[in-house]
Design a protein. Sequence first.
Length: 516
Amino acid sequence: MAYTAFWANDRGNLNKNELAKLEKDGLDVIEDIYEYAKTGFESITPDDMDRFKWAGVYQQRPKDGHFMMRVRIPSGNLSSDQARVLAGIARDYGKDLVDITTRQAVQFHWLRVEQLPDIFERLASVGMSSFEACGDCPRNIVGNPLAGIDPHELIDTTPLVKELSDTFLMNRDFSNLPRKYKISISANIYNAGHAEINDLAFTPATKVIDGEEVIGFHVWVGGGLSARPYLAQQLDVFVRPEEVVKVAVGVTTIFRDYGYRQKRNHARLKFLVADWGAEKFLEKLKELVGELNTRGEDKIAGWNAGYFTGVHEQRQPGLSYVGLSVPVGRMSAQELEELARLADEYGSGSLRTCNSQNIVITGVPNEKIELLLKEKVLERLTPYPKHFTAFAVSCTGIEFCNLALVETKERMRQLAEYLDAHVELDEPIRMHMVGCPNSCGQRQIADIGFQGALIKTEDGMKDAFDIFLGGTLGRNAQFNQKLKGRVLGEQLHRAVLPLLAYYKEEKQRGESFFDF
Ligand code: SF4
């Protein structure tokens, strides 16, 4: 190890996951997976099964030998060649399913251990990896999916995302953090990277230094969702682009060395930041990385919630990007293959995944737009989706997730479709559904959030949901608030209809759902 895991001397205060990580680093399991692929599912030890996360692989529900895999797509930047490889993996091994996650990654299901080496190699052949997409390490870096083509970004963050990703990926200095660790970097003025819900986030800012206006970033730490959600706190610091990696390494070092390792549910960076406060955190950061400039001018103008559907002009004159709706983030291998073809035939060969679980085709010359919009695959993955379907997000749920209490994805899709057929609204309502409090579907930031639970009925235990209203990020960031009561899954539409009717009736002009 390049650093000393000094907490190893305090074993009495470490949770069982920490002890397992000291026995064997999570990254060591990647080599072992090649062996397990030969010896079979039954030969995997329970500790190693847990370490599979560092390879981006989890057991899927029910635990019968199938796995799900998450693949990193930093800032959602995906080439057509990479998309074809992803589609091929889904077609050959994953029963055709491709899910876009709320962190711009892609998930496969139904994989078997003997297939993993081939999948790792297919991914590596196009510069992709599932490694450290899960586990107690820096996860896929999220950011502006439009980086490089965005009329609303201060600088192109593509090279920074790559440098940051390369710094942390497979880096054994940071492969044993107290818990998962999420980084966001975006220079989009509409907060495309969802800064406030990340452990570490960089958002666009400017500062006059030596008489010149410099473009750089403000830094946020300690955000995160799950059962005890926290909004990140902004540090009094302005960071030049060339300082981003240094600062990210500094913050991650603090998390590694001072983060809590006693209780698993009290280990995220957010708990340390909440205890220390932003000032003490910054002092420690400066001890590690040296002096930094104080805060400059914030350039966040609002929040686009990660939505880019429709045809829009790029920064490059004459070119447009086409944002497509992928209902609840799920598409087939064939659809992804088709999108790769469209990216090559009409665009610049590039696709972008969004944290709203949607996808974008970039670099389309304006004169080709009309023809592109006639392509068959865009009938379902349309740039002009109906309101509720367009803004519906869902986690994996009980279909594949071992922690889930209820079914989510198909339920969310059907609810959105029902509301599209029965409710007319002149503005979007963002709905997020999650199958348990872990909140992978980010229900806290939704206009209407649904969180799965179970209730006892005369006919036994049934799927039900707590309903939360009024979440948003950006200038007025706040998590949504729980309504009283719990609604049966089969009656969800009946609970939502009056809510929407009341909102429609009573809202003032220009008032959005979170004001209400
Ligand atoms: Fe599973 Fe819960 Fe995450 Fe949904 S929110 S994917 S149910 S852990």
